[in-house]
Design a protein around this ligand. Structure first.
Ligand code: ADP
Length: 424
């Protein structure tokens, strides 16, 4: 039988015996009251013993008690044992987590909903100069005082990482990335990218220097070829000379593109002017394009907002327009229509070039802005392409807080869209 049923039967039995004795001795109510009072005292004593036993903090075996109280002691004892085992397991997980994050070369900082520091590991304290336990609970933006970091933390877009000088050591460059999780919790990952940045600088310097060095011999070569071509020369020399002239022109184009790319990549570009007349620039580039590629007979259709100016580097933007428009001409059939649009809305300003040419396979689209990537190498060479055009476009747009998006269908054509997020 269930322990509670036994307890109820015991209560009924006590009340029945007390009633019987009370009826015999003639004090029915008093006897019944005394018997129930004794039962109440009995339960109160057990309740107080249970409280003492729990207050011991780490109770050993439960006292040997019969009835329903034995049941309660047994259940509480097992609950406590399960709780202690779970606590030990959690403590060991936390210990392992702390050891593994301390062994990580990257810093990790857990931020609460209000941007306050909940926890950080040793590399984070070395790279950001955080101190434990003083800085726990402090807002991170109050400790790392940098406007770009404030914008990054307060923003919503954490797809990109932020590069920042370390607040402890000015020679270190840090890359910071926020990973949101849970309910408004964020994990900030901090990585030392000083070496990577140095390597990247060495690489761009190398490309830029070698391009500069190649310029002089190329100019000499071109000059010599022109002089020879102007004079009398045997018939059998004419073809090779024309080939040398053509290839040195190609090399010159390549060197110029490499120099432009390393300049826009390193951010060393001509002073940025406040706002320039973008509609006029577009018409100028279209005019040049129609002149140079007139044999191809393309028709440019323009939908251009005449009052929409753009803040930025006009020379760099000119190279973006030239690259996109010459690609539209080179990779579409002769005589095709090319739609050029320049418009603005609440999301920013957009420059679009839409052709009805070859189109690009979906798997090639993400690779188009890589240096020297060509879908069709032979065709690119034939049209005088260097494979650097879209890489230049990508870097120039990057420097203007703009993005390039590409939509294309094989056999139907492509749309290259530059999205400038600035509102001025
Ligand atoms: P390239 O100097 O070879 O034109 P780009 O970097 O400008 O180099 O372009 C890379 C490649 O992307 C090109 O070789 C071409 O295969 C492809 N491409 C670029 N624009 C278009 C377009 N409008 N239509 C089809 N393919 C294109």
């Amino acid at each position: 039988m269930n322990k509670w049923s036994v307890e109820i039967w015991r209560l009924i039995l006590v009340a029945a015996i007390a009633s019987l004795v009370g009826w015999i001795v003639g004090y029915f109510l008093i006897t019944l009251f005394l018997a129930l009072f004794a039962l109440l005292i009995f339960h109160l004593r057990h309740l107080s013993e249970l409280e003492n036993w729990l207050n011991e903090g780490n109770p050993n075996h439960p006292p040997d008690v019969w009835g329903v109280w034995g049941n309660i002691y047994f259940n509480v004892y097992h609950l406590q044992k399960r709780y202690v085992a779970r606590k030990k397991k959690l403590a060991s997980i936390v210990k392992q987590f702390k050891q593994s994050t301390a062994a990580m070369p990257d810093g990790a900082v857990v931020l609460g909903a209000g941007g306050e520091i909940a926890w950080f590991n040793t590399p984070a304290s070395n790279l950001l100069g955080l101190k434990s336990p003083q800085d726990i609970g402090q807002r991170l933006v109050n400790l790392v005082r940098d406007p770009s970091f404030l914008d990054y933390v307060c923003g919503e877009d954490f797809c990109e990482s932020l590069e920042l000088e370390s607040p402890v050591n000015h020679e270190l460059t840090l890359s910071l990335k926020i990973c949101p999780y849970g309910h408004k919790q964020r994990l900030l990952l901090v990585r030392d990218v000083t070496q990577l940045q140095k390597l990247e600088r060495v690489r761009t310097d190398f490309v830029s220097n070698i391009s500069h060095e190649l310029r002089t011999p190329l100019t000499v070569l071109k000059g010599c070829v022109e002089t020879i071509e102007m004079g009398e020369m045997p018939q059998q020399w004419k073809k090779p000379m024309a080939l040398i002239a053509e290839q040195s022109l190609r090399m010159e184009q390549l060197v110029n593109d490499l120099l432009l790319l390393s300049r826009v990549e390193s951010g060393i570009s001509v002073e940025r002017r406040p706002a320039f007349d973008m509609p006029s620039l577009i018409y100028q580039v279209i005019e040049e394009m129609s002149h140079y590629k007139q044999d191809k007979g393309h028709h440019f259709r323009c939908e251009i907002d005449p009052e929409l100016y753009l803040a930025g580097n006009e020379n760099e933007i000119r190279s973006v327009l030239t690259n996109l428009l010459s690609n539209a001409v080179n990779y579409s059939f002769d005589g095709c229509d090319i739609l050029v649009r320049w418009y603005g809305n609440e999301d920013g300003k957009f420059f679009e070039v839409q052709d009805s040419g070859d189109g690009i396979l979906p798997e090639d689209i993400p690779r188009l802005t890589e240096r020297f990537f060509r879908v069709d190498v032979a065709r690119s060479r034939k049209t005088g392409g260097t494979g650097l055009g879209l890489a230049i476009v990508h870097h120039v747009l990057d420097g203007h807080q703009a993005k390039l998006s590409i939509e294309s269908m094989v056999g139907e054509g492509s749309t290259f869209r530059c999205h400038f997020t600035c509102k001025y």
